[in-house]
Design a binder for this molecule. Structure first.
Ligand code: CAA
Ligand code: NAP
Length: 246
């Protein structure tokens, strides 16, 4: 397959790192964003040590201005973005009756508004070049809801609404738009859930374990090749069997 330019937002995180590695192994030139430069450079050096060159550019994806500047920086370093994985995300868990406006807006801003902010500056180029791959990293909790996550579940369900609308608008331009909905994966985000609560969640997973970031990266990689060009608007669950709604 032709080598393309890929941007993975939140590529320095648990799942993002595996997606970056997978896309690089598939032969693509990969970039990600950082917010803290020292952290970004240290992660880049770590990838270099594994034989993977990753371009990095500063940008908080909850800001339209910073997201646009991020895209332009990546274009300067690698060329136009053909593959976009909207992966950056946060949790601010709280039962709704205690949730603050800040907890709501932080999660909607980083997890959902980011999809507009980052995709808007790349979509016109993809349409002109008649090829593109856009993948949203949503969540099992956007599909089934979750106690303590009204903000997160709303954002994650919104991401798939975004996917299926963009998929329709851009199908004629060789652009596919899909969602991957991971279940509970062993990253910092899940390790931040109190251990007692986390153990109860793991007990509900038919595979009997948390997922690995590589298992999500595999699902993302599935949507990228030319052969996947007829698969658009899909929501691929990768959750160890915890939720099987369709
Ligand atoms: N279903 C029913 N009741 C529940 C419940 C659930 N899933 N979770 C908690 N409760 C109940 C508790 O039993 C407790 O009841 P009592 O008052 O009768 O004892 C009550 O709710 C309060 O529970 P806590 O003591 O835990 O309350 P808290 O305010 O300290 O914390 C919480 C609430 C923030 C929601 C906490 O329970 C929590 O962190 N839950 C995990 C939420 C979660 O799954 N987050 C996922 C993070 S990872 C991620 O988001 C990645 C992804 O996409 C999968
Ligand atoms: P993680 O390890 O916490 O990584 C999150 C990444 O997003 C980090 O690189 C972080 O960068 C970046 N990020 C956060 N806010 C940002 C912002 N405003 N602008 C730019 N980058 C930002 O989380 P993860 O577990 O890998 O999660 C990745 C994605 O998968 C998220 O969207 C999450 O909701 C989703 N997901 C995770 C799970 C799971 O079980 N782990 C399950 C389903 C879905 P900084 O270092 O700058 O913070």
């Amino acid at each position: 397959m032709q080598s393309r330019v890929a941007l993975v937002t939140g590529g320095t995180g648990g799942i993002g790192t595996s997606i970056v590695q997978r896309l690089a192994q598939m032969g693509h030139k990969v970039a990600t964003n950082y917010r803290d430069e020292a952290k970004g450079r240290a992660w880049q050096a770590q990838m270099k040590g594994l034989g993977i060159d990753v371009a990095i550019a500063q940008g908080d994806v909850s800001s339209p201005e910073q997201a646009e500047a991020l895209i332009r920086d990546v274009e300067r370093q690698l060329g136009p973005v053909d593959i976009l994985v909207n992966n950056a995300g946060i949790t601010r868990d709280s039962t709704f009756h205690r949730m603050s406006p800040q907890q709501w807006t932080d999660v909607i801003g980083t997890n959902l508004n980011s999809c507009f902010n980052v995709t808007r500056p790349v979509i016109e180029g993809m349409r002109e070049r008649k090829w593109g791959r856009i993948v949203q990293i949503s969540s099992i909790n956007g599909q089934k809801g979750q106690y303590g996550q009204a903000n997160y579940a709303a954002a994650k369900a919104g991401m798939h609404g975004f996917t299926i609308s963009l998929a329709q608008e851009n199908a004629k331009f060789g652009i596919t738009v899909n969602t991957v909905s991971p279940g509970y994966i062993a990253t910092d985000m899940v390790m931040a859930v109190p251990e007692e609560v986390r153990n109860k969640i793991v007990a509900q997973i038919p595979t009997g374990r948390l997922g690995n970031p590589e298992e999500i990266a595999y699902a993302v990689g599935f949507f990228i090749p030319d052969e996947a060009g007829w698969i658009t608007g899909a929501n691929l669950s990768a959750n160890g069997g915890q939720y099987m709604g369709w």
